[in-house]
Design a protein around this ligand. Structure first.
Ligand code: ZN
Length: 325
């Protein structure tokens, strides 16, 4: 963090720099009054069941209260409030959201980073995850309106805003998650599924994104440990580095034909680099998630839209001090 994030700085940002029009374009104008908001205010008190008559009211609230963290939730049939909390009013819609955090990879990070810390090595896990999910949502499900948002600290949120997804219930969201999930119970047993034969686009993507990164990040020694001969390991790494296009075919060509080695390698690829998604966030249609363009109260960084995940690194994301300069 550059400087101390004071209530005055937060207040000034929301009064003068917060791009309200961009935020409204992001969530859409319809049903604004019935959209739930949540905030962390004062000494880390989390409040929700809040809604606003208009955007002016929203800005005024955030500036006056110097909100540390701001979250936006689902839309209901009436305006959420203390007297009509979301449990008591009828749910209307919610965008389909993915939450990717670098610490979800803690068990398999080999760079030494844990928790909130990250480096360019392990950040590539988040980048691959975003590329993988983005392609899967577009190509396998036909969604087109997908925005990736920096969370302000250690992760990214994917917002699928295609109208059709808004009304998905929990079961429908889970069905899509299940199509994607290959690492189960990540905190404990880490059961790994085999690379699917039936879902060809998903399978191809595993090779072109995940396996490619795995091999690019492998050392000769780590491939030897899996059972690949030293000379072959060297050759594989060389081939991956020089292949302009890397796909399932390339993979099959350069990996030894020995089935035990192949199984071991694909297990390692999925375990070490396959997307790990916070299922609770995607499933829960009433959850609030970080408000686009708002300040992350611990880092001072802004939850900006990521234009190109391949070149995005958290340290270079804009912060509130830059915005106020
Ligand atoms: Zn790292």
């Amino acid at each position: 963090m550059n400087e101390e994030l004071t209530p005055e700085i937060i207040s000034e940002f929301y009064r003068t720099k917060f791009p309200l029009d961009k935020f409204m374009a992001f969530i859409g104008l319809s049903d604004f009054k019935n959209r739930e908001f949540g905030f962390v205010v004062g000494e880390n008190r989390f409040i929700r069941n809040i809604s606003f008559e208009n955007t002016k009211e929203l800005r005024e609230f955030m500036a006056t209260k110097s909100v540390k963290h701001a979250y936006v939730g689902a839309v209901y049939e009436q305006s959420p409030s203390r007297y009509s909390p979301i449990q008591k009013i009828k749910w209307k819609f919610r965008e389909f959201i993915y939450d990717i955090d670098i610490n979800d990879f803690d068990l398999v990070r080999t760079c030494g980073c844990q928790g909130y810390s990250y480096c360019t090595d392990c950040w590539s896990l988040v980048q691959d995850t975003v590329l993988f999910i983005d392609e899967t949502m577009r190509q396998d499900f036909g969604f087109t309106d997908i925005i990736w948002l920096f969370s302000g600290r250690r992760g990214v949120h994917g917002w699928i805003k295609d109208k059709i997804t808004n009304n998905f219930d929990q079961a429908q969201r889970v069905a899509i998650l299940n199509y994607l999930t290959m690492v189960h119970d990540q905190k404990r047993t880490q059961t790994i599924e085999e690379i699917p034969n039936e879902a060809k686009p998903l399978r191809d993507r595993i090779y072109s994104i995940i396996a490619k990164s795995y091999l690019l990040n492998s050392s000769e020694e780590s491939l030897v440990e899996i059972g690949i001969a030293k000379k072959k390991a060297k050759d594989i790494i060389q081939r991956v580095k020089t292949s302009s296009e890397f796909d399932a075919q390339t993979y099959n060509l350069i990996i030894p034909s020995n089935q035990t080695v192949r199984n071991k390698l694909s297990h390692e690829i999925i375990l070490k680099r396959y997307p790990r998604i916070d299922r609770k966030v995607t499933m829960d249609t009433r959850r609030v998630s970080r408000m686009p363009y708002s300040i992350h109260g611990n880092t001072g960084q802004l939850a900006v839209v990521i234009k190109d995940i391949k070149s995005f690194y958290p340290d270079s994301a804009p912060n509130v001090w830059d915005a106020l300069k």
